[in-house]
Design a protein around this ligand. Sequence first.
Ligand code: BES
Ligand code: ZN
Ligand code: ZN
Length: 508
Amino acid sequence: MDLALETRKPTQARADVLVLGRYADGSRPHAEIVAVDRALDGLLSRVLASEKFEAKPGQISYFHSGGKLPAERVLVVGLGPHRRGGPAITRTHADAESVRRAASAAVRRARDLGAATIAVFMPPDGLSPRERAQAVVEGALLGTYRFDKYLKEKNGKVVRSLTVLEPDRRGVAGAREGLRLGRIWAEAACLTRDLVNEPANVVTPTFLARHASEIAQEGGLGLKILERADCAKMGMGAYVGVAQGSEEPPKFIHLTYTPKGRARRRVAIIGKGITFDSGGLDLKTADGMLRMKDDMAGAAAVLGLFQALPRLKPPVEVHGLIAATENMPSGTAQRPGDIVRAMNGLTVEIGNTDAEGRLTLADALSYAVKHIEPDEMVDMATLTGAVVIALGQGLSGVMASDDGLAARVLSAADAAGERMWRLPLHEEYKDGLKSDVADLNNISSQRGAGAIVAALFMREFTSGVPWAHLDIAGTAFTERELPLGPKGATGVTVRTLLEYLSSMSGRR
Ligand code: BES
Ligand code: ZN
Ligand code: ZN
């Protein structure tokens, strides 16, 4: 999709469809929209009145302009109520999400109506021109995303160009920057979606490593790939143990983005990279296994993030880690009852081979602590079915050893419109992870709180470095269409991470 910024007024915009955003606050519409109505001899207000258009979020009304505007059709999209009261930051975040969702709904519908060129005017609100333009572009690109490469019959309706209208000259520079950021952020999330939507016979650990190397080459990033033997030699017994049942060679991927000038902080971002989770010898049921190609959604988010970083250039040193492997049953597979030693020296009894994510992450965290010495670490993992029971498919779970880091991650998620909720690392549940024969068991002997227990297990490998863990088992993949995307991979956490790293620019 080509993106452009124009200072034209909506009445002058040339496009197959002119999209106009509208708040549900009952007040007089924006002057530019009044001008459109006037050019149409009042058709706009008549159509909205006769349809009882309430400007509910995503509500749409459209009609032909009958040659009275350069735009062939006009499509009005509801933004919902304008936020009033409460803290300004909350209002800004809510308004940005309204614009994203409205742009997504409008551009999707315009595309389905056959529009190849679309111009969008969202009335000024609490957002800066940059924030508004970025939200429009994110909504448009995320909303029209498709994964159709394996279909013979593709939907031929494609939006060729999207023009953001910013008639106020004072807002042009900001809006142009918003356009640029929106594209980078959305493209990063869409890369993540692609990688998760690809099946596990394509996306193997080797494929992820190759893709990481392409991203590194393109962006001038540092890259280290560790092979099975390297990992064994470095003491990553927990990770290598998971990988030992698979014919596909594991790949430990370490990407590095180094800013020009002094880095304000050093951060490690770690993604669970199980390219297929069969459960291992503790085999999953057919139903449970069906979607397990998405067990590398955390890793895919790392790659999406690192595609964006060289284009954004935040003043933060960022390390991306992926301990990629399949989890397969075979004659060489890890057995229940096996004992492995992680890189930090702790021994782990394998209570269940299906609790493999925490084992691979244990060594990735240990590696980060030992070889990167970060100021803080964040991991994303499709880690537990339990988090889906606790929070459903609309919220990712956040578990953190540091309140400041947790607050910054949650605030970034809010700004990005990705819903997250913190769960407590309740100390007493650690007892359940005791083993008679090793330092830890990888599953708990007690019932319940599975998401928290998994996080408590992982915390043992963080050596006190501030750490936040995002359990995205419920949010990485969706079985129904969402406001910002179709069925399938969501690309969750990519925009939260971009926000988190961008907002770090001012710190320290
Ligand atoms: N990859 C799964 C978690 C998962 C479940 C992701 C559903 C997405 C949807 C993970 O490796 C797993 O199998 N976890 C087990 C842990 C249990 C054996 C302690 C689970 O949650 O059932
Ligand atoms: Zn598993
Ligand atoms: Zn898994």
